[in-house]
Write a protein that binds this ligand. Structure first.
Ligand SMILES: Nc1ncnc2c1ncn2[C@@H]1O[C@H](COP(=O)(O)OP(=O)(O)O)[C@@H](O)[C@H]1O
Ligand SMILES: [Mg+2]
Length: 242
């Protein structure tokens, strides 16, 4: 695999257990730069476990994850942390902003926490405020924002180190439908920029219908993979995903 394939992350026969529970079994998936991929499946189907493995936050029982051309099980802890910091931006279901910090400082913190930050935190947070139209909210604290605004800040923060791969775990859970559409449009836009590949777990098929490709998980296995052609109605897409 070379970077020129545009493949950001790829798994091979990935299996993961929690004690006697098999959370994932023989998973082969990949995400390329420029695509938005939805990961769908009911609660307990393994979405969060898969995202954790792709980010190198958990270790599989067997199989492999290759992130930016590097097989994770061959890396030292330090090399892994370094790669994760450069390669992956995470957006969580329950928005995990730092409550004691303003929007501006939340955006700069990931870089300040890095041993070798690739960018100046001050400049980068200013860029992100502009890019995500958050300038007017820069000095607010997370508690002073709506759910949709908070999730937008979380996405902006995930981009601080300009990671090519964005992993979003049910980013629209707990948002109303208008805010969900805006957040999904932001993730769609990141993929369309060509600078990022986005894998988004969701159990909302309307949200999933915005993706280029939908991977359906059930009981820890990929049961279906659907390539969605753009320009079809939501109704047509939903019929295909059902
Ligand atoms: N920390 C854990 N300890 C034990 N079992 C877990 C843990 N996390 C997840 N599981 C189990 O692994 C399976 C997949 O869970 P998860 O990846 O969270 O699915 P999803 O995100 O699709 O809801 C489920 O059966 C779940 O109960
Ligand atoms: Mg989950």
């Amino acid at each position: 695999m070379t970077e020129s394939d545009g493949i950001l992350v790829q798994t091979e026969e990935l299996t993961m257990r929690y004690g006697s529970v098999t959370a994932l079994e023989n998973i082969d998936v990949l995400v390329r730069s420029g695509e938005l991929v939805a990961l769908v499946g009911p609660t307990g189907s393994g979405k969060t476990s898969l995202l954790s493995l792709l980010a190198g936050l958990e270790t599989p029982d067997s199989g492999s994850v290759t992130l930016l051309g590097q097989q994770l099980d061959s890396l030292s802890e330090d090399a892994m942390a370094d790669l994760r910091g450069r390669a992956v931006g995470m957006v969580y279901q329950s928005i995990n902003l730092f409550s004691g910090f303003t929007v501006r400082d939340n955006l700069g913190l990931p870089l300040r926490l890095m041993v070798r930050p690739p960018f100046d935190a001050h400049l980068r947070s200013r860029e992100l405020l502009n890019q995500f139209d958050l300038v007017g909210l820069a000095e607010r604290f997370p508690a002073e924002l709506s759910g949709g605004q908070r999730q937008l800040v979380a996405i902006a923060r995930a981009l601080a180190a300009r990671p090519p791969l964005i992993l979003a775990d049910e980013p629209t859970a707990n948002l109303d439908s208008a805010a969900s559409r805006r957040i999904t449009a932001q993730l769609r836009g990141l993929a369309d920029s060509g600078n990022h590949g986005v894998l988004m777990a969701t159990h909302d098929l309307r949200i999933a219908s915005q993706a280029d490709r939908v991977i359906s998980l059930r009981d820890g296995r990929v049961v279906k993979e659907t390539v969605l052609k753009q320009g079809r109605t939501a109704r047509e897409v939903l019929a295909e995903l059902a």
